[in-house]
Design a protein around this ligand. Sequence first.
Ligand code: IPM
Ligand code: MG
Length: 347
Amino acid sequence: MKAHVAVLGGDGIGPEVVAEGLRVLRAVAGTYGHEISLTELPFGGVAIDSHGNPLPPETLRVCLQADAVLLGAIGGPQWSAPTAKVRPEQGLLKLRKELGVYANLRPVKLQPALVNASTLKPEVLEGVDLVFVRELTGGIYFGEKTRTDDRATDLNVYTVREIERIARTAFGAVRTRVASVDKANVLETSRLWRATVNRVHAEEFPDVELEHILVDNAAMQLVAAPTRFDVILTDNMFGDILSDEAAMLTGSIGMLPSASLGAPDAPGMFEPVHGSAPDIAGQGIANPLAMFLSAAMLLRHGLGFQDEAAALESAVDRALDDGLRTHDLGGKATTAEATRAVLGHLR
Ligand code: IPM
Ligand code: MG
């Protein structure tokens, strides 16, 4: 089968892990006889430098026409001055909005081989296997912003339609329990969220187990008893914060992939959860495994290649079982060595 993937390296370690991700994708495509064409495009801080725009029109056009978008990471200190007029993050938010990718899936699965890599106790972590379903194109990240010398506002807005569709994604995940996380004791948006989630549940998914948890309590439960979670359904900002926290359940944020999905026929976007990590950029030591697992999500959710995705995921598992450890996991393996280890298990 033929597929076209738009590739956005971005900033910091983004281009480094993307380059490795492409090697692995090409290997999978070769093994299974697929033709995957790749178009690399400027995006993020590097695009601000070259085009004065973090999302140049040509980049957006190609992404909208692709079968899927693979993204590294964006951002860095040189583009984040408080007075900056244009920021890499604006490009990412605009791309998510333009692609309509409202559902952000962030699976958090402990690889048994990494049970000692986390700062948390092994007995708390054993069996962690949950997924965040984060609303990605609404809420406070997209509401109107105002700023005067002595006052600033960010508007948090959710509509029933936005909540319904993300709730359906969470209930429709092939899992058994949904924990909907909100702040309904304080926020009106959360009260609408809770009422809407309850209605979608009762009308369309009565067999799925549902509980509501306040976000502050959820933050505590995630480190106290993470195995109680299966699907965590939440809004844009809470999902952003909690998913970084949950990354530590796997030993390193360098392990977490993500998929951002919209309408069934629209291209999805696939990216590691880790950021651009400017402190280690250019050293060849970034962990590419979150990128490989994101590439696997691209194969599964973006292109519909189930076997190919499973093969790549199991190659990552086996490389870890064999002792592969990058610097973030307390080891010495370089980015290139990690890629070789995974490629070795793909054949
Ligand atoms: C993430 C990131 C982004 C977000 C930033 C870079 C805008 O933190 O994908 O979690 O907040 O969504
Ligand atoms: Mg984040």
